[in-house]
Design a protein around this ligand. Structure first.
Ligand SMILES: NC(=O)C1=CN([C@@H]2O[C@H](COP(=O)(O)OP(=O)(O)OC[C@H]3O[C@@H](n4cnc5c(N)ncnc54)[C@H](O)[C@@H]3O)[C@@H](O)[C@H]2O)C=CC1
Ligand code: BAL
Ligand code: NA
Length: 504
């Protein structure tokens, strides 16, 4: 259960295993999006702090207590972190809710995923020990080759605000499992639980510098991390424009990046769905879960014209039934969006849709019963044209737009009519058709007869402007490993490429 009147712990930057005041001593306010009140503050790092943290990370890699650990030893730290997160579940979920605005039960389920993710990467860290040196068979007997998988080095992890501690974990857990030392820069809009991860690392005795946590603004703290010459890789989740800036800056140093940049994912619904209510619920969950702030949200409903009217009627009934309230309330299903900026951005996209000729079938405004907080009603928009901004741009709020189709060909064309390529979903009884759509969708993730469930074992990531690289599963571990070829000459014979000056 949520903890009433919980206070935000006052923290500094987590560097080299200690709490450390930022060099410039600046702080940023923490705002509860449900009340619009300032409920605390976080330290604001700058380039000077980034440099101190990167040096601490580099030292950790050079020390035996982190740099020479086996996967099995690192697994013990990851399991200890998982156990502490579980112990602090009510506190962490409450902090997440008052910082981010997501319903408490969603925050608590994120914390459960955080625990599972640390445990999963503990298992993978252990398994790495038997895979860290593998022989490669050659066509010659005079050479022997093997391949080492070793930690990539110091990695910069930049995360968004929609699943604050969970997105942090998607990057931190595999980076530590691989044996890297990391500098994490969480979003300035929701950093509290990531700072608490610092306290957990201190409590479990994670070697100093293995994980450093720098809160602060993107251009002041994120940008110097990306351009730091001693950072070997950047993993980023966030907006497209910031992804482009990061890739551009990293390119100057030929620094590898993985980018997860959101989307405008389709949900295609056919008239053979066996149960309209089940389909309607997936449609709602696909777009309105996490207050609609999901990178993979299926925010474009593409519905077969033969059932469109019946489906929309039922969708309206379900939507009206969604409880919008303070996210700490037990049965809240939709809380506020993250910030005033996001609130204004979402309302502007809705009003542009209206001005462009779309119909706001439901919502589009602040719920009347909530006078404070960045609340927006779940919104359904019809009469949408593919040239409209609402069809093309990521909203990152509880806004669903709808188009109808007649044929499979038309449905797939509409589904792929986007610059993004993160997720795509199909609801249909016909599994052969689902298979055809799975192949035709231009995306990194496909959901069949559901939308959004996300597990830590399969790969996560997109194509097109949704970015590249894969997180989660074994794929994420590969992001943090250097593959080193080692070739040994094992013959007693001379190489005999040059003519020898002496006759032996
Ligand atoms: N794909 C996703 O999961 C997310 C997408 N978004 C989208 O992005 C829009 C803007 O939200 P923001 O919070 O401003 O996203 P953002 O992409 O600017 O922020 C994400 C992270 O990048 C950092 N950052 C910002 N500028 C940077 C720079 N120049 N160099 C290095 N790091 C930098 C931020 O501090 C934060 O930690 C939202 O309205 C939403 O549409 C936002 C959050 C998550
Ligand atoms: N639930 C998926 C994570 C994301 O939206 O970034
Ligand atoms: Na906040």
């Amino acid at each position: 259960m949520a903890i009433p009147n919980m206070r935000i712990p006052s923290r500094q930057l987590f560097i080299d295993g200690e709490w450390r005041e930022p060099v410039k001593k600046n702080r940023l306010p923490v705002i509860n999006p449900a009340t619009e009140e300032i409920i605390g503050d976080i330290p604001a790092s700058t380039a000077e702090d980034v440099d101190i943290a990167v040096k601490a990370a580099r030292r950790a890699l050079g020390r035996n207590d982190w740099g020479s650990t086996t996967g099995a030893q690192r697994a013990k730290y990851l399991r200890a972190i998982a156990a502490k997160v579980l112990e602090k579940r009510p506190e962490l979920a409450t902090l997440e809710t008052i910082d981010n605005g997501k319903p408490w039960f969603e925050a608590a389920s994120d914390i459960d995923d955080v625990v599972a993710c640390f445990e999963y990467y503990a298992d993978l860290a252990e398994a790495l020990d038997s895979k860290s040196k593998t022989e490669v068979k050659l066509h010659l007997d005079s050479f022997k080759t093997h391949v080492y998988k070793e930690p990539l080095g110091v990695v910069g992890l930049i995360t968004p605000w929609n699943y604050p501690l969970l997105m942090t974990t998607w990057k931190v857990a595999p980076a530590l499992a691989a044996g890297c030392a990391a500098v994490l820069k969480p979003s300035e809009l929701a950093s509290i639980t990531s700072l608490e991860l610092g306290e957990i690392c201190r409590e479990v005795g994670l070697p100093p510098g293995a994980l450093n946590i720098l809160t602060g603004l993107g251009h002041e703290a994120g940008s110097p991390l990306v351009s730091h010459p001693d950072v070997d890789k950047i993993a980023f989740t966030g907006s497209g424009p910031t992804g482009i800036k990061i890739m551009t800056a990293a390119a100057q140093l030929v620094k590898p990046v993985t980018l997860e940049l959101g989307g405008k994912s389709p949900l295609v619904v056919f008239d053979d769905i066996p149960n309209i209510d089940i389909a309607v619920e997936w449609t709602l969950f696909g777009c309105f879960w996490t207050n609609g702030q999901i990178c993979s949200a299926t925010s474009r409903l593409i519905i077969q014209d033969t059932i469109a009217s019946q489906f929309l009627d039922r969708l309206l009934e379900w939507t009206k039934n969604i409880k919008i309230s303070d996210p700490l309330e037990e049965d809240c299903k939709l809380g506020p969006v993250i910030s005033r900026g996001q609130y204004e951005k979402v309302l502007k996209l809705i009003s542009t849709a209206k001005n462009e000729g779309a119909t706001i079938l439901y919502g589009g405004e602040r719920p009347q019963h909530l006078k404070k907080g960045y609340y927006i009603q779940p919104t359904i928009i019809t009469d949408v044209d593919t040239s409209m901004e609402i069809w093309k741009e990521e909203v990152f709020g509880p806004v669903l737009c709808v188009k109808t189709f007649k044929t499979e060909e038309e449905a797939i064309e509409l589904a792929n009519d986007t610059k993004y390529g993160l997720g795509a979903a199909i609801l249909s009884k016909d599994l052969e058709r689902c298979e055809r759509f799975t192949k035709a969708f231009q995306s990194g993730i496909v959901w069949i007869n559901c939308s959004q469930p996300c597990f830590w074992q399969p790969p996560w990531g997109g194509k097109k402007r949704s970015g590249f690289g894969r997180e989660l599963g074994e794929w994420s571990l590969e992001n943090y490993l250097n593959i080193k070829q080692v070739t040994q000459y094992v013959s007693d014979e001379p190489w005999a490429f040059y003519k020898s000056p002496s006759k032996l």
